[in-house]
Design a protein around this ligand. Structure first.
Ligand code: GCO
Length: 253
C-alpha cells in the first residue's frame, strides 16, 4: 500500500470545512497527508480543524475566500513563511445557483464562474509556481457530471465545471513535463448540503435514483479512494483525466 501512502505530503483542500472538501481532507489525512484546511467561514473552519486534530491529524488552517486573489496570494505567502510546502492541491471550493438563464442576472453568472472556475486557475497557478521548482506536485480539480452533461437551470455551474475539465487538460499540457500531475474528479449526485433542496424534493430524488445505475445518491466519503489515488504515487503517469464517481450515471442513458 506504499503506492497510496501520503505520509510526508501536504494537501491544500479548498472549501474543506464541510461537504465533499471535508470528506476528502479527512480521507487524505487518513492516508498520511498533513492538511491545509480552507474555508471563508471562521467558525466552520475552526470546528473542522479541531475535529481533525482530535483525530490525530496534522492540520493547518488557511482562511480565505477563493475568489479574493489578494487573499489567495497572502495565504500562499503565509504558508511559504511557515515552511509549509503544498504538494497536493484539491480545487474543491464551489457554489451552486439554480435559475433559468432568461431570469439569471449577469452578476450571479459571474459569481458562480469566479468561485467554481477562475479560483481553480488562480490557486492552481500559485500552487504550480511552487511545485514546478520541486519537480513534483498533484493537482486534483473537482468537476461534476455537469462537466460533460447539461441540466436546465444550472448553466453557470455546468459551464464552470465544463471549464474545470478543460482547465485540467490545460494544466496537464503545460505542467506534466515538470513532474506535476493534474487530474479531475467528477462527482455524481452526492448527499451534501448544496444538494439538500434536491434531496428533499421527492420527484428529483426519484429521478436521481432512477437515472443512476447504482440506484442511489453518493456519499461524500465515496470520493476518498479516487482522491487518494490521484494524490499518490499510484497516479504518477495519469494526467489530464477526469474520473467520474457517479454510480455510473454519466456512462449510460
Ligand atoms: C444540480 C446539482 C449538481 C450536483 C453535481 C452533479 O443542481 O444538478 O447541484 O450540480 O451537485 O454537480 O455532478
Amino acid at each position: 500500500m506504499k503506492l497510496f501512502d501520503l505520509a510526508g505530503h501536504t494537501a491544500l483542500v479548498t472549501g474543506s470545512s464541510r461537504g465533499l472538501g471535508r470528506a476528502m481532507a479527512e480521507g487524505l489525512a487518513d492516508a498520511g497527508a498533513a492538511i491545509v484546511l480552507n474555508g471563508s467561514h471562521a467558525g466552520r473552519l475552526t470546528e473542522a480543524a479541531t475535529a481533525m486534530r482530535a483525530a490525530g491529524h496534522a492540520v493547518h488552517e488557511a482562511r480565505f475566500d477563493v475568489t479574493d486573489e489578494a487573499a489567495v496570494l497572502a495565504a500562499f505567502a503565509a504558508l511559504d513563511a511557515q515552511g509549509v510546502a503544498v504538494d497536493i492541491l484539491v480545487n474543491n471550493a464551489g457554489i451552486q445557483f439554480r435559475r433559468p438563464m432568461i431570469e439569471l442576472a449577469t452578476a450571479d453568472w459571474r459569481r458562480v464562474i469566479e468561485t467554481n472556475l477562475t479560483s481553480a486557475f488562480v490557486i492552481g497557478r500559485e500552487a504550480a509556481r511552487r511545485m514546478i521548482p520541486r519537480g513534483r506536485g498533484k493537482i486534483i480539480n473537482i468537476g461534476s457530471l455537469l462537466s460533460d452533461l447539461g441540466r436546465a437551470t444550472v448553466a453557470p455551474y455546468a459551464v464552470a465545471k465544463g471549464g474545470i475539465k478543460m482547465l485540467t487538460r490545460a494544466m496537464a499540457a503545460e505542467w506534466a513535463e515538470h513532474g506535476l500531475q493534474a487530474n479531475a474528479i467528477g462527482p455524481g449526485y452526492m448527499l451534501t448540503d448544496m444538494n439538500q433542496a434536491l434531496i428533499d424534493n421527492p420527484a428529483f430524488d426519484a429521478w436521481v435514483k432512477g437515472r443512476t445505475p447504482a440506484r442511489r445518491w453518493g456519499r461524500p466519503d465515496e470520493l476518498v479512494g479516487t482522491a487518494v489515488f490521484l494524490a499518490s504515487a499510484a497516479s504518477d503517469y495519469v494526467n489530464g483525466q477526469i474520473i467520474y464517481v457517479d454510480g455510473g450515471m454519466v456512462a449510460v442513458l
